[in-house]
Design a protein around this ligand. Structure first.
Ligand code: HEC
Ligand code: HEC
Ligand code: HEC
Ligand code: HEC
Ligand code: HEC
Ligand code: HEC
Ligand code: HEC
Ligand code: HEC
Ligand code: HEC
Ligand code: HEC
Length: 321
């Protein structure tokens, strides 16, 4: 019955009936509410067929090519016995029956909605609570960001979930991070090689700044495994937090550094106490002659202390090899 209805709706929209692939649901175990009791109140009898009588614009029909449009998945809004359009938009019988203006509204999503954000999100969380277990209280939920601010439910592909298009969605609100991405040293986000979600969990997580792992360092070394350690000779700030020296989103300094050596290093290391001050080459390897001087002036600290992230060399205690 449900199948026939949707079939008709599609035909009316002139859309070919696509072969739906392996729709047997596996990925999210949470989205399995019992089929709701429609009889209780306010829902249309014929579901999508009623809505599509009026809302037949092609842009809305993209939903039939998403996971939500799969009639073969009993958990999806268009699964057998489910509420179809009204699974998200709420009871729409009065809305559908009232002619002319001043229709009783259904739940609307996104920026123009008159429905409170928490109420909008509840429509989605009813099926997706397990997908977003850290949603409650995260920076997005706490600042009235809605699921629909990021997700497009009616388009066949959802820009926020594709690496190539995600940055644009996030940048819509996070202009400071987007500005950082235009700096000379940056992660390859604009090239489409990674996305914000390489480091962030937009539904929330247990770490600060909603990172994908529980600390900054674990997040970074998830990809930069060569700096994960443990090292025989560790460098304390590296073990502590990569962002002591690096700016994750972009920098005018090379290698995403916050400032250049020697200034970077001298925030913690006194010039006094070093075998010689960095800018006074006497007594250092290469001596005080032109060779030694040029070496120092050109290089700053990492020319000699090249293993700034840690060393496994038996005599690497000064992070030089
Ligand atoms: C008789 C025609 C008709 C039917 C049937 C109908 N709608 Fe509407 N709907 C409208 C009109 C016209 C609007 C424009 C807003 C208004 O005037 O209230 C609208 C507005 C909306 C909106 C908000 C968008 C906006 O522009 O404000 C949503 C969402 C919506 N309808 C969903 C549904 C759903 C879901 C159903 C089925 C349960 C449905 N409609 C059935 C005519 C209809
Ligand atoms: C999975 C939840 C979901 C289902 C199912 C769903 N919608 Fe929507 N609908 C949304 C969201 C979210 C938006 C906001 C725009 C977007 O995400 O694409 C929206 C937008 C709309 C709009 C435009 C309203 C506006 O604000 O401009 C209309 C009209 C509408 N939906 C009607 C329908 C109809 C008719 C159906 C059934 C064929 C349906 N929707 C099924 C979630 C859903
Ligand atoms: C009636 C239950 C139901 C409702 C309501 C619902 N969803 Fe879903 N959603 C599902 C199911 C089932 C899947 C498919 C999961 C799978 O394939 O493992 C899904 C998948 C998704 C996906 C992944 C799509 C994909 O292609 O894998 C997103 C994103 C999503 N839903 C967002 C939303 C948002 C946003 C809302 C509210 C506007 C919403 N859902 C409302 C049941 C629902
Ligand atoms: C700040 C943007 C943002 C918001 C707000 C957001 N999502 Fe997502 N969502 C994403 C991104 C990005 C992905 C893809 C995750 C990935 O690729 O690692 C995703 C993936 C999903 C998926 C697919 C399954 C999965 O975990 O990959 C579902 C379902 C989903 N979101 C539901 C929701 C629901 C429900 C809400 C509201 C409670 C919501 N999302 C709010 C950005 C967002
Ligand atoms: C509709 C606007 C909006 C969109 C779209 C959006 N965000 Fe946010 N985001 C916010 C707001 C508001 C806050 C809280 C205030 C702040 O820190 O700027 C926030 C906070 C954050 C934080 C800081 C979390 C914390 O605990 O300090 C991160 C990280 C973040 N967003 C990542 C993302 C990512 C990644 C995306 C895209 C997948 C995204 N946001 C899309 C509005 C948005
Ligand atoms: C390479 C990993 C990485 C990537 C990619 C990344 N971030 Fe971040 N982001 C971080 C880290 C680490 C922090 C926390 C440290 C800090 O304060 O900079 C952070 C902090 C944030 C904050 C909170 C800023 C504040 O001052 O509280 C926001 C918002 C944010 N990121 C948004 C984004 C957005 C949007 C994108 C994609 C355009 C993105 N991030 C990409 C690692 C990353
Ligand atoms: C999702 C994987 C991923 C994560 C997580 C990640 N990075 Fe990267 N990082 C990359 C890629 C890819 C490049 C570019 C490598 C290239 O171009 O050869 C890169 C490059 C860099 C560079 C060199 C940039 C330049 O201009 O030379 C630095 C420094 C860096 N990352 C630091 C970090 C820090 C700090 C973190 C944690 C906040 C982090 N990365 C998290 C993937 C990642
Ligand atoms: C004490 C400051 C400091 C800390 C902390 C630090 N780095 Fe670095 N990092 C540097 C310096 C300086 C360079 C530039 C090295 C050069 O020019 O040879 C660099 C370069 C890099 C590069 C690019 C060059 C390369 O060797 O591939 C990556 C990637 C990188 N760091 C990742 C990380 C990660 C991941 C962490 C945290 C585990 C981290 N860094 C912590 C100072 C630091
Ligand atoms: C946030 C502070 C901080 C920054 C920035 C920093 N370091 Fe360190 N560094 C330390 C600490 C703490 C130790 C461990 C000191 C100890 O064990 O006595 C250390 C140890 C060292 C050692 C080994 C010293 C020894 O006595 O074994 C060298 C060499 C070194 N750092 C070089 C650098 C260089 C080069 C930079 C800049 C790229 C730098 N450090 C940036 C805090 C910092
Ligand atoms: C020309 C090479 C060279 C340069 C450039 C250089 N160092 Fe060193 N540094 C050394 C040598 C050699 C030692 C080890 C002496 C020893 O083993 O007793 C050393 C030792 C250190 C130590 C350990 C001090 C101690 O008491 O044992 C620190 C910390 C350090 N350097 C930081 C820096 C910082 C910060 C800079 C940049 C401002 C820098 N170095 C530039 C060669 C250099």
């Amino acid at each position: 019955m449900t199948l026939r209805r949707i079939g008709r709706a599609w035909a009316a929209l002139g859309i070919a009936w696509l072969a739906l692939g392996s729709a047997t649901a596996t990925a999210i175990a949470d989205a399995a509410p019992p089929p709701p009791a429609k009889a209780t109140s306010g829902y249309t009898e014929k579901g999508a067929d009623t809505c599509l009588n009026c809302h037949d614009d092609a842009a809305l029909a993209g939903i039939f090519r998403t996971a939500h449009g799969r009639p073969t998945d009993p958990r999806s809004p268009f699964g057998h016995g489910q509420l179809q359009c009204e699974a998200c938009h709420g009871p729409g019988d009065a809305h559908a029956r009232t002619k002319g203006k001043n229709k009783p509204p259904v739940i609307r999503f996104g920026a123009k909605s008159g429905t409170p954000v928490a109420r909008q999100n509840e429509q989605c969380l009813g099926c997706h609570r397990g997908t977003a277990p850290h949603w409650q209280g995260n920076a997005h939920a706490a600042n009235d960001v809605s699921c629909a601010d990021c997700h497009k439910s009616h388009s066949a592909s959802d820009p926020v979930r594709a690496v190539a298009t995600q940055v644009e969605v996030c940048s819509h609100c996070h202009s400071a991070q987007h500005a950082d991405l235009l700096k000379p040293s940056r992660h390859p986000l604009l090239e489409g090689k990674m996305a914000c979600t390489g480091c962030h969990a937009p539904h929330g997580s247990t770490s600060p700044a909603m990172l994908v792992k529980s600390t900054v360092t674990e997040t970074c070394t998830g990809c930069h495994t060569e700096f994960r350690g443990p090292f025989v000779w560790e460098h304390a700030p590296v073990t502590d937090d990569c962002t002591i020296c690096h700016q994750p989103h972009g920098s005018t300094q090379p290698a995403l550094l916050k400032t250049r050596p020697p200034f970077l290093c001298q925030q913690c290391h006194q010039v006094q106490g070093h075998p010689a001050a960095a800018y006074t080459p006497d007594g250092l390897p290469g001596g005080g002659g032109p060779a030694g001087g040029a070496f120092l002036l050109a290089g700053g600290c990492v020319n000699c202390h090249s293993q700034v992230h840690g060393s496994n060399h038996p005599s690497g205690s000064k992070l030089m090899r």
